[in-house]
Design a protein. Structure first.
Length: 617
């Protein structure tokens, strides 16, 4: 409690890139920010924001010391004016000027001395008042001339504070123009029963809690006015002969509108939920509204909250997204907490397709997960590991995690992806490890379609050279034709010997052995990393090891031909730990982003490899 009273902690920080129009708009708001490319926004525990700019505004803040010096100089100048000027006046002028200046001098000194006594730097109104009191009381030329330099200094302070004020306005502009965020977690799940009088009371009171939020979306999504529907459900027998007919008309209208709403929801939801086709049933029963659901496998009506928790979660999110994203959160960024928590693995995989669909319609999606089924094995470059530090929880700036706990879902996702494709594809390229798999996959998706690996061929990483023979035997037993590509190091050569023996047993037509030097026609390429131009590879290593000396002499290159081995030795000497996958991941990100830094030579080598593999198949 004591710490909370003393501190206003940072909760979350994010950096946003500005487009050209936003940069121009910000420059209009604040001239000190002529070419801002990025803004960083931090939300504090109190709800306040702090905003930073890149590049930072080029201005020195007005300090109390600077302000005090300007004020003291102005006071001193004010006191000395009369003594210097009275020598030039006639006796009549002296008396008249003396009387006039005494009042003006007193007004100026009194204000400036009061300002000098304040222990803080001025704000804009204080600076303007100080300048104006001097200007107002020095209307004659004989008093204005000696004080003009001090008026100019005061005006400079005013201008600086005006610019600082505009920067503050620019900070508010950033906050006002941030993307909207739509957050959803398990607390927002819809309940099957809605007690209408209490729900309407919460709406009227401005309640924005999770329960009210998602219940309101049920009616809003199908343009149903809940108060009107509730009034139709309140039946009173008036003392007149038409009472029964009036009540019946209300009941009929209520049923018709409920039926229209449930048909609309059924049709819209079927376009998003890909597991079965569900039919929604809306029922008004006195003061209660209930939702029932049937599906194409079981036509029995089941109350909504008796369906699977995964279905409840997805439907509730779907409602909120379609109602809120279309209004105050249009083109919003979606933040989903454990979206697949209650779905089985297959359904979680389909959820990724759903997120892709949302992204295509203009909504960037961030979701947290511990599940490997929600890590897209085809797009590992999208994943970012979350890890804890002494400074709080952080999101890594690349795919590769900072700790082993965060690594597990990525490993599991890769393993699951491998298992899914192990026997489906009847033509497979077996590579040694994840670096080969990730780099070849990224290169394959970067190249033009006509230069890629055949579409019926699957890449399979097997986790080390010693696994080539066991995997090859497993694949061939399931009718899979394979091409194995071991490295040309000692372990790779041993694997090749075992593969040769295996091919004699299973039949040479069921599998082939290739090498990167043979596929590219370059004898210097012994492992896949060798197809990467050395300077480009070293630049990728330097991103993780900026302090390591990665400049090599000709003698070092001759002694250790492999750039991977040389980088490993240097990073170890610098006190770091070399991770072979990390530089490949940086290159993969460049490839997927079609970065200009990707060397053409790398793509040419990839074309040769894929062309060679296609011809072997």
């Amino acid at each position: 409690t004591d710490e909370f009273k003393k501190n206003d902690w940072d909760v979350a920080s994010a950096t946003f890139a500005l487009d050209a129009s936003e940069t121009a708009e910000l420059a209009k708001v604040a001239p000190l920010l002529p070419a801002v490319t990025e803004v960083s926004v931090t939300r504090r525990y109190s709800g306040k924001y702090t905003v930073g700019f890149t590049p930072s505004p080029n201005a020195n803040p007005v300090t109390q010391a600077t302000w005090g010096a300007v004020i003291k100089d102005a006071i001193k100048a004010t006191e000395s004016i009369f003594a210097k000027m009275q020598e030039a006046w006639t006796p009549d002028q002296q008396q008249q000027a003396k009387n006039q200046w005494a009042a003006a001098q007193n007004a100026v000194k009194q204000h400036l001395q009061g300002e000098a006594a304040k222990p803080t730097a001025p704000d804009l109104p204080r600076a303007i008042a100080a300048r104006d009191v001097v200007v107002t009381n020095t209307q004659d030329e004989w008093s204005r001339t000696p004080l003009q330099p001090h008026i100019d200094k005061l005006s400079t302070v005013v201008e600086a504070l005006e610019n600082q004020s505009k920067v503050a306005t620019a900070r508010q502009w950033v906050v006002d123009h941030m993307p909207s965020f739509l957050y959803f977690d398990d607390y927002d799940r819809l309940r099957a029963d809605i007690y209408l009088p209490e729900f309407i009371r919460r709406l009227d009171a401005g309640n924005k809690g999770p329960e009210t939020r998602v219940q309101a979306a049920v009616f809003k999504h199908v343009n149903a006015e809940i108060k009107e529907l509730n009034n139709l459900g309140v039946h009173s027998r008036a003392q007149n002969p038409n009472a029964d007919a009036t009540i019946q008309r209300q009941i009929d209208e209520l049923n018709i509108r409920a039926n229209s709403a449930e048909m609309t929801m059924t049709e819209k939801f079927s376009n998003w939920w890909l597991q079965r086709r569900h039919r929604f049933h809306y029922q008004f029963n006195g003061d209660y509204f209930r939702i029932w659901v049937s599906d194409d496998q079981n036509e029995s009506k089941i109350e909504f909250d008796q369906r699977s928790q995964g279905f409840q979660y997805f439907f509730s999110f779907y409602l909120l997204f379609l109602t809120e994203a279309g209004e105050q959160h249009k083109n919003c960024i979606l933040l989903l907490d454990e979206p697949g928590l209650h779905l089985h693995g297959t359904a979680q995989g389909k959820l990724i397709s759903f997120f892709d669909k949302l992204a295509e319609e203009g909504n960037q999606v961030f979701y947290s997960t511990h599940s490997p089924f929600l890590v897209d094995g085809d797009h590992l470059e999208r994943a970012r590991a979350v890890y804890e530090t002494k400074g709080g929880t952080k999101v890594s700036d690349d795919v590769w995690p900072k700790d082993n706990d965060s690594l597990f879902p990525l490993q599991a996702a890769l393993g699951y992806s491998v298992c899914q494709s192990l026997f489906i594809g009847k033509k497979q390229v077996v590579v040694e490890g994840p670096t080969d798999y990730m780099l070849l996959s990224a290169l394959n998706s970067t190249l033009p379609v006509e230069k890629r690996l055949r579409q019926d061929v699957i890449l399979l990483p097997i986790g080390g050279a010693s696994n080539f023979a066991p995997f090859a035997a497993l694949l061939s037993s399931h009718g899979v034709k394979f091409i194995a590509i071991p490295d040309s190091d000692r372990a790779g050569k041993e694997a090749k010997v075992k593969l040769d023996k295996l091919r004699k047993m299973i039949g040479p037509d069921k599998g082939r052995i290739a090498s990167y030097d043979g596929l590219t026609g370059d004898s210097k390429i012994e492992e896949l990393e060798d197809i990467i131009p050395e300077s480009y590879y070293i630049a990728a290593v330097a991103k993780d090891h900026p302090t390591a000396n990665l400049v090599f002499t000709a003698e070092e290159k001759s002694k250790t031909p492999s750039v991977v081995d040389r980088c490993k030795e240097r990073t170890k000497a610098a006190g770091g730990t070399f991770d072979k996958l990390s530089p490949i991941q940086h290159i993969v990100v460049d490839l997927h982003g079609k970065a200009a830094s990707v060397p053409p030579e790398l793509l040419v080598n990839a074309e040769k490899i894929f062309a060679g593999l296609n011809s072997l198949f």
